[in-house]
Design a protein around this ligand. Structure first.
Ligand SMILES: [Zn+2]
Length: 109
């Protein structure tokens, strides 16, 4: 149990570092951090779903405004995340997102 807690903390730290390095455009280092975080997650069977939209699954690039293009496709109600480094496209259904926004708006009122 303790091991998992440490692993989770390490994953969080690695994604933080990956983000910092991405902002500095140290892509190589940033990618290495993402890779390590994913390896730890796999080893301990930890879900990294909250980070899954932050990096490219194919080349481990951490997404910033320079490495990611987000497009909404109204036709199939999907959001596409295109990695500008390797061109990999990840698609996510958009319904959930819409619900989230609704909830947020509700919360404000
Ligand atoms: Zn990529």
């Amino acid at each position: 149990m303790k091991e998992i807690k440490i692993a989770k903390e390490r994953i969080k730290k690695l994604f933080d570092l990956a983000e910092q390095e991405a902002k500095k455009e140290n892509w190589k280092r940033s990618r290495r951090y993402v890779e390590l975080a994913r390896k730890i997650a796999m080893k301990f069977n930890i879900s990294i779903s909250k980070y899954k939209r932050k990096f490219c699954k194919k080349c481990n690039t951490f997404f910033t405004s320079k490495t990611l293009r987000v497009r909404i496709q109204k036709k199939d109600k999907r959001v596409t995340y295109t990695c500008l480094v390797c061109g990999n496209v990840q698609r996510y259904p958009y319904v959930r997102e819409k619900l989230k926004t609704k909830k947020l708006k509700k919360g404000k009122n």
